[in-house]
Design a protein around this ligand. Sequence first.
Ligand code: ADP
Length: 202
Amino acid sequence: MRLILLGPPGAGKGTQAKRLAERHQVPHLSTGDILRSEVKAASELGRQVDSKMRAGELVDDDTISSVVDRRLAQPDAANGFILDGYPRTIRQANALEGVLGSQSLTAVVELMIDEEELFARIEARAREAGSAGVRADDNSGTLRKRLAAFIKETQPLSAFYKHRGLLFKIDGSASVEEIATTIDDHLTDIRASQPSAARKGE
Ligand code: ADP
């Protein structure tokens, strides 16, 4: 199971990624979580990315790609992974293809949300900002910037993966359970349509 979740901030990727990782016994690789823990640990990498993250800007492609490469090389990712937050640019997507080589992705699931709903979610998240446990980058201005970065840099990945026959689009405004069921059904369809040899190692 090698899955990518695509979608804007606030689309619910993390929730679905966690569930899928448990269900398929593969790691949930959230680049946002990885970077936040580096910032918290005040590592060299953490110090390097802190200001960009706070500003809602993307970390540079080479930095994040090498973080992901190292993570994918760990034994627990040998049977697959759920990628959440990566790739986020066409350059990152090309880098990932280079790293995976002949190992193909199972699917790319895109959670679609219309802008109005997204802004409502973003405002709701921002209103919680300031209370304990809320992310440093969850404030209205930064969220808007993250959304703008998504539209400019990440949205083009939809066409990139469609071209490769991997894209599966889902209405992200449906309930968590409905989305989960839709993804599971799609993964079942993919398995059914693949010859058993291609399923080895999943
Ligand atoms: P969001 O909730 O906006 O989807 P994430 O938790 O995935 O945010 O990521 C938080 C921040 O970490 C981003 O705004 C960006 O600064 C950085 N980041 C995470 N993944 C990437 C990536 N693939 N490329 C560049 N920057 C990234």
